[in-house]
Design a protein around this ligand. Sequence first.
Ligand code: ADP
Ligand code: MG
Length: 250
Amino acid sequence: MTNPDPHAALREHLAELRLDQIAEIYPEVMNEAARKNCSPLDVLVTLVAAEVTARRERALQRRIAAARLPKRKTLEEFDMAFPKRLPKQKVLRLFDCEFVAQHQSAVLIGPTGIGKTHLLTALGYTACERGVSVRFTRVVDMLNGLTAAQINGTLAKALKVYTTPSLLLLDELGYLPIDKRGADLMFQVVAARYEFGSIVITTNRAFRDWGKIFDVDNTLATAMIDRLMHHGEAIVIHGDSYRLKDRPPE
Ligand code: ADP
Ligand code: MG
C-alpha cells in the first residue's frame, strides 16, 4: 500500500463518492486518533457515523424546505390546558405519526385562535423529523394555484404537488367561501389521496356547515367528509382564542 500522495488520492475518491463530511473531518479525526491511540476501527466508525449524521440532517432540511411550513411551532410550546376542551390523547396520537403509514386522516375543528395552525405546523415539523414527506398549504393558496394551473393546462402537474407527499396539511378551510371550480379541485385532491395518503385539515366549521363553504350542493361536501372520515378522526377543540388570553376584560 504505497501511494505517492495518499491524501490527494483519498480526497479524489471521497469527492467521487460525495463523502463530503468525511473529506472535511478526516485529517482532524486521524490526528486525534493518533494522539489518543485509537484503533483503525474506531476511526472508521467515527468517520462513517459523521457522514451518516450529516446526510440525515441534510435530508431533514430538504424535507422541511419542501414542506413549506410556516415558522416553527412545537407541541411542547402548546399549552394543552389552555383550551376549554381538547381531546389530548387524539392529538398526541397524531404526533406519533403512525396514522401516516396507515393513510389515515384527521380534521381539527375549532374556533379561531384556539391553536389549530400551531398544532398543524408542529405536526408538520415532527413528521419531517420522522422521515415523512410533507406539504403544508392554506386551502385558499392551494386552490388559487390549482385554478391557475387548470386555466394554463398544467393541472395534472400542479395536482402532483398535493398528491405525492405522504402527508398533506391543509390549513384554514372555511374562512373563505370556495367557488364551484375550487370545490371541484379540492375534491380531486381529497379523492386522489383517499386510501393512498394522509390529510390533516384545520377548519373553524363543523361538518354540518361544510356545505355552506362550497358554493355547490351538499353532496360534494358530504362526499369529501366521507372520504376524510372513512379512515379518519375528527378532533374538536373548544375554548377561547389564545390571542386574547392576556387581554383584560372590557
Ligand atoms: P388558529 O389557527 O386556531 O386560529 P393559531 O394556531 O394561529 O390559531 O394560534 C394563535 C396564536 O396563539 C399562535 O401564535 C399560537 O402559537 C398561539 N397559541 C394558540 N393556542 C395555544 C396554546 N394552547 N398554547 C400556546 N400557544 C398557543
Ligand atoms: Mg389558523
